[in-house]
Design a protein around this ligand. Structure first.
Ligand SMILES: [Zn+2]
Length: 150
């Protein structure tokens, strides 16, 4: 497979598999002699993911995150689940995070506060909401926040 496409795709697919309620079947296909990645839904509909040529690595990741986000929102909608991915941890049940490039790094940010939530590829797994109740919760390390400042 096209190595640039693979390396730009990897962090986004990692976030998708860690935090999204629907998962695609990822395939490589060749059209007009060029390799493409296609994400399939359960109903058989496919969405091609393209690489932004001539851009730097971070911009490519953000662009792919944007396309995969579109896929996820449609797939969630088709599965009758809340069509928000990735969910903003600061504003749950309201809006998705936005992929962008900050300081040469591809990140997920809250579109309202403009705050960086995570690097693309390192979205924290969602904490189970029910289980956390009545349970002692230790201090959570501010790993994401520290990283975002770098
Ligand atoms: Zn937000």
């Amino acid at each position: 497979m096209n190595e640039e496409l693979t390396t730009a795709l990897k962090p986004v697919l990692r976030d998708l598999s860690a935090t999204c309620a629907v998962q695609p079947k990822v395939t490589e296909e060749v059209y007009h002699g060029e390799e493409h990645i296609v994400l399939y839904e359960r109903d058989g509909s496919g969405t091609g993911i393209g690489l932004w040529l001539g851009r730097n690595h971070a911009e490519r990741i953000a662009h792919i995150a944007d396309q995969i986000q579109d896929w996820a929102v449609e797939a969630l909608c088709a599965a009758l689940k809340p069509a928000v991915w990735p969910e903003c941890p600061t504003h749950p049940d309201s809006h998705p995070l936005q992929p962008e490039v900050k300081g040469g790094i591809a990140v997920w940010s809250c579109p309202h506060t403009r705050q960086t939530v995570s690097l693309i590829g390192e979205l924290p797994r969602p904490r189970p909401r029910v289980e956390s109740e009545g349970r002692e919760r230790g201090p959570r390390r501010k790993r994401e926040r520290r990283r975002a400042r770098e």
